[in-house]
Design a protein around this ligand. Sequence first.
Ligand code: SF4
Ligand code: SF4
Length: 341
Amino acid sequence: MRYVIFGKTGLKISELGFGGIPIIRLSRDTAVEVLHRAYERGITFYDTANAYRDSEEKIGCAFDGIREKVVIATKTIKRDIQGARKDLENSLRMLRTDYIDLYQLHQIAQEKDLSAVTAPGGALEAVVKARDEGKVRFIGATSHNLSMAVKLVKTGLFSSIQFPFNFIEDAAKDELHTTARELDMGILAMKPFAGGMIDNADIAFKFLRQYPGVIPIPGYDSVDSVDEVVSFYNRPNIVTERDTHLMEKYRTELGKQFCRRCEYCQPCPNGVMITMAMAYKIIASRMSPAVSVEFSRAAMESVKLCDECGTCVERCPYELPIPEMLKSSYDLYEQHLAELM
Ligand code: SF4
Ligand code: SF4
């Protein structure tokens, strides 16, 4: 494992990080085992969030006693001073620590989010105060919206930016990463597998390793998954013509408008299983119609409940036309049903 300096924070961290979402599915003992394995294999950067159920608690349990050996990043989605303060105190308790290395304002997607957090009485005030008190070392931001992410970087308020980056969604490598680098900010790459759309870890990391200053934070749900990803980092990175073609094939197959399975659109007031239903075309491209129909039946039948209220569209950070996309997925599902009759 190689280590890099994380922008102006001066923190020395592993070039590969640890994303804290998948460990919420694991028992505490297994999560701790996975976290320990990551640490033993040289990973020193751990990203989590107050909102990731018991992820912070498991990280706190795993690193109790060796806290200073790891760099911990967490985040709040609260926009007001009281909410952020409460989240932060809760994170400190869950993580069993008296300081957080990087505290991020999470998912600043629109102007109204930025105005709310930076206004007097906004979340940023709570985090700045916590930094003055020594409870937070550095302040970062995360976003899924490219123009907003660029804006966040240019405010000069943050030491790091976290944004999706993978071979399907690589727009960040231009203005966002360039500006962040010019301002000596730390850069974190969320969604290295495009929210599960990339099922080939080998090429996913071949792509990412071409950008050594950008720290990916994949999730791990087993000791083997840690070993697999770390193994990519222990060999020379050679991107072959075949790899490039394969990446292109994924891009063509998914197009620009695809669901990243972030689940921010949920829950649907009418009970539509949006994420599963949105994935139907991908599932159908990888399985036979019979298997796809059987696998997705409940989700696809729930699409009939959509009354196009638009609630999910407002919540989707990628501004996807969800009802239209659901309809298009449903059309294919119906076509498959007809073929199977
Ligand atoms: S538009 Fe349809 S899927 Fe979206 S929240 Fe409304 S009912 Fe649910
Ligand atoms: S539709 Fe949008 S908000 Fe919902 S899971 Fe997909 S990308 Fe996320």
